[in-house]
Design a protein around this ligand. Structure first.
Ligand SMILES: *Cc1c(COP(=O)(O)O)cnc(C)c1O
Length: 378
């Protein structure tokens, strides 16, 4: 399936492009190169394609097209949401609540906002990776602008109870921002039913291209006008994010959403079966332990640790295996995973853990070969 005989089990870092997504993108890399903001017919054809892509993303979230701002990915959407709300001239609130196990895109943005005088509460998690809902409730203050909690954790697959979180937040004068980058395209999502005010997502985590993502902004509870823009220019994306639209990537994003809408259920069943087979086999290894809640965990992810095992050494020695020892974003520095540490693991246990994430193109053969190689190494 992949070049160089790769066994790719790192789908939470990024996914391969679905060939059908590439096919949808190709005309916009070749013949249909027009600028979607041009007023001539060629440009207006591109604008229609952009509208279609926005509708495809909106359909997967069950929101209105006008509530979406296209970005370069989830990192940018997260930055726009957090900084955009905090730094808007109308904002008077100075407190944000988030969680210790969030993605670095959220945590580092919060750290930056601290330097501007914003107070941040970093909620702890229990050994299963879940937050304490009572503690969340107690932490909300009159000056809490925003609660930022992710849907599915990228390292463990742990699923926070978004419905209950939003119920707690609904009774207060605060907004709910959800990083749903690992959830969109993998589990059904209805932003209204879930009570989410702002949401970030990214195409390359579910078989779309890199360089495309979106920020959803609820038009009733937030409104685009209440966010400060950081990229000024031609007024694209409702004035929040100027710059010529990345047509091939956004058309691909839309196509990936359409495919997810159609195939999510069957993909989930197949992937879950493979993940459970892998999990059962690896748990037979003496001392093996799973990181994350046993059932409140996404069907594609297995974060598993072994005693006297160094995940980085294993990864370094196996040139045709792609798995992770934590989040790819921090692996430039060898530091124990902040997610696993927050769940109470020691450095040694965290370094001894592998994140194995499956996807639409994972095969039974890959799982079997990986299991053999891991067992041999142990
Ligand atoms: C990948 C990821 C991001 C960053 O997304 P990009 O589109 O690569 O910027 C943010 N949050 C989570 C949970 C992720 O998995």
């Amino acid at each position: 399936m992949y070049a160089h005989g790769f066994i790719y089990l790192d789908n939470n870092a990024t996914t391969p492009l679905d060939p059908r997504v590439l096919e949808a993108m190709m005309p916009y890399l070749t013949d249909n190169f027009a600028n979607a903001a041009s007023t001539h017919h060629f440009g207006q054809k591109a604008n229609l394609a952009l509208k279609k892509a926005r509708k495809q993303v909106a359909d997967l979230l069950n929101c209105d097209s006008t509530e979406l701002i296209f970005t370069s990915g989830a990192t940018e959407a997260i930055n726009l949401a957090l900084k955009g709300l905090v730094l808007h001239p109308n904002n008077t609130k100075k407190h944000i609540i988030t969680v210790q196990t969030e993605h670095k895109a959220v945590l580092d943005t919060c750290k930056y906002l601290e330097t501007l005088g914003i107070e941040i509460t970093y909620l702890p998690v229990n050994s299963d990776g879940l937050i304490d809902l009572d503690l969340l409730d107690q932490s909300i203050r009159p000056d809490t602008l925003l609660v930022a909690i992710m849907y599915v954790n990228n390292e463990t697959g742990v699923i926070q109870d978004v419905q209950k979180i939003s119920k707690i937040i609904k009774n207060k004068e605060t907004l709910f921002f959800c990083d749903a980058t690992q959830a969109l395209g993998k589990i059904p999502m209805d932003v209204y039913e879930l009570g989410i005010d702002l949401l970030a997502c990214s195409a390359h985590k579910f078989y779309g291209p890199k360089g495309a993502g979106a920020l959803y902004i609820n038009s009733e509870t937030v409104g685009i006008r209440n966010l400060q823009s950081f990229i000024h220019g031609g007024g694209h994306e409702s004035g929040l994010r100027s710059g010529t639209s990345n047509m091939p990537a956004l058309v691909g994003f839309g196509k990936a959403c359409e495919l997810a809408n159609q195939e999510m259920a069957q993909d989930a069943e197949r992937i879950q079966t493979l993940r459970n087979q892998l999990e059962t086999k690896l748990l037979q290894i003496e001392g093996a332990f799973i990181n994350g809640h046993s059932s409140q965990r996404l069907y594609n992810t297995l974060n598993i640790g072994f005693p006297d095992f160094d995940a980085n050494v294993f990864i370094g020695m196996h040139k045709t295996l792609a798995v992770s020892n934590g989040s790819a974003c921090t692996s430039a520095i060898v530091e124990a995973s902040h997610v696993l540490k927050a769940m109470g693991l020691t450095d040694e246990q965290a370094f001894g853990s592998l994140r194995i994430s499956l996807g639409r193109f994972t095969t039974q053969e890959e799982i079997q070969s990986f299991t053999q190689q891991l067992k041999a190494a142990l």
